[in-house]
Design a protein around this ligand. Sequence first.
Ligand SMILES: C[S@@+](CC[C@H](N)C(=O)[O-])C[C@H]1O[C@@H](n2cnc3c(N)ncnc32)[C@H](O)[C@@H]1O
Length: 283
Amino acid sequence: MATDSANEVLAAWETSSQYWNKHQALIEKMFASLSRALIENARIGSGQSVLDVGGGSGEPSLTIAPIVGESGSVTYTDPAGGMVKAARDEAERRGLTNIRFHQCPAAQLPFSDNSFDAAVSRLAVMFFPDVVAGQREMLRVVKPGGYVSLVVWAAREVNPFFSVVTEVLDRFVPADAEDEDAPGAFRFAAPGKLAKALQEAGAIDVIERELAFMIEAPITVERFWELRTEMSDTFRSKLKRLVPDQVAAIRYTVQKAVGSYFKTGGMSFPAKVLVVTGKSLTV
Ligand SMILES: C[S@@+](CC[C@H](N)C(=O)[O-])C[C@H]1O[C@@H](n2cnc3c(N)ncnc32)[C@H](O)[C@@H]1O
C-alpha cells in the first residue's frame, strides 16, 4: 500500500478519535460480545500479560485489565494519538493501573520478542496498510505457543448496522468502485481471507469462527444517526459534500429505513463477525 494512502487512513482515524471518545461508553456496550469472544479465543486469564493492537477508544484493553488483574498487565497500542489519549483518560477514570499505553502502528511494535502471553485486536486489522507485516509483529512479540486473536466484520449484507445507512447514502452520493483489498471495514469479510493472511504471517493452528451477535443499546433513532455519521469517516466526508436539504432528506430516509431495528424501545441490530485465532510457533 502506498505511503500516501496509509497516511490518509491514519489521518482519518486521528479525526475520528474525538467521536470515538465521545461515544466510548456506547461503543463499549454495543461491541461487548466481541471483547468477550477475543478473551475466550485467546485464552486470557488472571496474571497474563496481554497486547491489544489498534485499541481505539479502549477496547478490548479496558475489559481485559480487570481479568488479568494486578498480577497481570495489558499493553494498549494504537497509531492515532487522539485514540491513545481517549483510552488513557478512560482507564484513569476507572482507576485501572495495570494498562500501559503506546502510540504505534501494528507493523512497528516497540516490544522485545516473546513479551506477551497473548495478543488481540478488535475491528482494527482491516485498517493495517500491510496486514501480514502487522500480524507478523504480533506473532513475534507473543511467547511461543501463545494465542493471537483478531475480530473483523463479516459481509456487509449480514450487518444492517452498516448496510442500511450505506444503501441510502449511495443513492444520494454514488459510491466509488471498491477495492476489496484496500483498508476498510469489510476488507476481511470473505471467509478464509484473514485466516490465510494470519497463516502467511507464520501462525499455526489457525481457526476461524463466525459469531452472530446483537448490536444493542438503549438509544433513539436520532442518536443512532448521530453515532453512525460521526463514527465513520466515509459518512462524514460524503455528508460534507451535500447541501443541508440533501442531508435532511438522507437523515429522514435513514431513520425510516432503520425503524424496524428500533421496535423494542432501543436499538437492536443482528450482526456477524469473524473471529480468527492462531498460535505463535513453538520453538
Ligand atoms: C474500528 S477502530 C477499532 C477500535 C477498537 N479496537 C474497538 O474495537 O473499539 C480501528 C482502530 O484501528 C486503528 N488502526 C489504524 N491503522 C492501524 C495500524 N496500522 N496499526 C494498528 N492500529 C491501526 C485506528 O487508529 C483505530 O483506532
